[in-house]
Design a protein around this ligand. Structure first.
Ligand code: XMP
Length: 513
């Protein structure tokens, strides 16, 4: 059965992915598509409804993004949000004008007329506004649904044609009834069921993997992170021992990590797991290297060499599975043609040698990260894997500034273990995105007992973030900071000082290299 689907036309506001997340939280599948997607392509996807998002432009600015006006002839309900509402009014013959003052922040709208959109939501509602323009004259067939003193047409509708528009932002948490508004639009107005569940996704995906792979075999690079773990589990359920997983230890993993991967995937789930301990080779290649980009490149290239060599040993494999997620897909669409600067070269399994030709299988390419985690739980992965914090491909190498030696790696691994153990016990942990130790190459003077010491400094990094693109340093309790510092200085030989990194991103990055 084809998936019921909502299409979200993206007019460029920064938080448009949030709209997609809100729709999916209502158990309705949706996709974000560029605002200028040709009408024929929109029609071919047979959507149950459309959402026009916010965006930074003014509808009458030169080059303002306009969708094909034919979207209003598709015969499906449309919900405009902020710029999307203004554009709908503009294209359907109404008038948009600059508001007296740019409005930004909390507002209370009075609901003036009954509608399916606000059904069950009372007479007034807290909302979040952020706009310069607003609808001044309604198009034919439209009525006002709700307003404020400064924005009399904060919500508009032509219920005969099922067109609705809100000037405020139902997708942000500052609009407490936002979820109800989406629910009304999706279930009442568009008639969508609640079919987008992770149980359905798992069943559908296993069936489609079986169909694609036939009786072929699949190679999967397992890193122990949540994405590759969930990919491996889906494939394992779909094709059993025709899945070959390769896990490479690059010598820069955290304490206990390799053992956990072997225990969970090799022993608990009895997968074909090929564990390659290439520690010596990686550390030899990294000896004497201090430049961060150089470290990343060496690890990336060597990883491909090791992975390819292992793959060749495994004989004929037609498919390679990858953990591409939906935000990567959206980014690659919106970044097309745009110049971008490489801040850090993140490594992945791209760039395999010519003789290894695979067809790609990307079972997670429709999912957001929180959905991947829910699929992981659905498939029985342990929560230590499902909720594992992000860990960069080059591992501890980019947290060890200066030269990488076995001794200094061991020091960092021990310090990091203490950080993880203490944060594990911290009740505020769920609010954190990442927490780890960094080892600096500088030594400083200290005193231990009666003796002078001259030892290394560990940096504690703990951050909050929505997506890793921006981040803030976490306001950890002083007692916790003190405990982590004491444990590291007392228990890790070679360290006499711990400092806390209080930089946000930007301008700092999350990792130190
Ligand atoms: P930065 O340091 O760029 O990190 O602020 C943003 C997020 O990406 C993670 N990160 C990586 N992940 N391969 C990865 O898979 C990498 O090479 C890599 N470098 C950074 C980082 O941990 C943070 O979550």
């Amino acid at each position: 059965m084809p998936r019921e689907k909502i299409l979200i036309l993206d007019f460029g506001a920064q938080y448009n992915q949030l709209i997609a997340r809100r729709v999916r939280e209502q158990n309705v599948y949706c996709e974000l598509v560029p605002y200028d997607t040709p009408l024929a392509q929109l029609r071919a996807q047979d959507p149950m409804g459309l959402i026009l998002t916010g965006g930074p432009s003014s509808v009458f600015a030169d080059g303002a993004p306009h969708c094909d006006p034919g979207v209003f002839e598709l015969g499906v309900p449309v919900l405009g949000i902020c710029y999307g509402t203004q554009l709908m009014a503009h294209l359907l013959g109404g008038k948009v004008a600059p508001a007296e003052a740019r409005e930004y922040g909390h507002a209370v709208v009075g609901i003036e007329r009954d509608s399916e959109l606000f059904l069950g939501l009372g007479n007034e509602m807290q909302v979040w506004m952020s706009h310069g323009d607003q609808v001044a004259v309604l198009p034919d067939g439209f009525v006002g649904l709700a307003g404020t003193d400064t924005c009399p047409m904060a919500a508009i509708a032509d219920s005969d044609r099922s067109f609705y528009g809100v000037q405020f932002h139902p997708e942000v948490v500052h609009t407490p009834h936002g979820a109800d508004i989406f629910a009304n639009f999706l279930h009442r107005i568009c008639g969508c069921g609640r079919n987008w569940t992770m149980a359905n996704f798992v069943a559908e995906t296993i069936a489609s993997i079986r169909e694609t792979v036939g009786d072929g075999r699949v190679l999967c690079g397992l890193s122990g992170g949540v994405d590759s773990s969930v990919v491996a589990m889906l494939l394992h359920h779909a094709i059993g021992d025709r899945l070959e997983c390769v896990f490479v230890n690059n010598g820069c993993l955290r304490a206990g990590e390799a053992e956990q991967v072997v225990r969970v995937f090799g022993e608990q789930f009895s997968m074909n797991l090929h564990y390659v301990d290439a520690t010596d080779m990686f550390l030899a290649a990294l000896a004497g290297v201090t430049d961060p980009e150089e470290k990343r490149k060496i690890i990336g290239h060597r990883f491909i060499d090791v992975f390819a060599e292992e793959a060749r040993k495994l004989g004929e494999l037609a498919f390679l599975a990858q953990g591409t997620l939906y935000p990567d897909v959206i980014e690659s669409v919106s970044a097309k043609g745009g110049p971008s600067v490489v801040i850090k070269s993140h490594h992945n399994v791209g760039g395999l040698p010519e003789d290894l030709k695979f067809k790609l299988i990307e079972p997670l390419r429709d999912l957001f990260k929180d959905e991947v985690r829910r699929v992981g739980l659905e498939l029985g992965l342990p929560s230590s894997v499902v909720y594992r914090q992000p860990f960069p491909g080059p591992g501890l190498a980019v947290r060890l500034l200066g030269e990488i030696t076995p001794d200094r790696l061991a020091m960092l691994r021990e310090a990091d273990l203490r950080v993880r153990q203490e944060i594990e016990r911290y009740e505020g942990r769920d609010a954190l995105w990442q927490w780890f130790a960094v080892l600096l190459p500088t030594q400083s003077v200290g005193v231990m007992g009666d003796a002078r010491t001259y030892e290394y400094t560990v940096v504690l990094r703990a951050i909050t973030s929505e997506d890793g693109m921006t981040a803030d340093w976490a306001k950890l309790p002083y007692e916790l900071l003190g405990r982590i510092s004491n444990r590291i200085i007392n228990e890790v030989k070679g360290v006499n000082r711990v400092v806390y990194d209080i930089s946000s991103k930007p301008p700092a990055t999350i990792e130190w290299e």
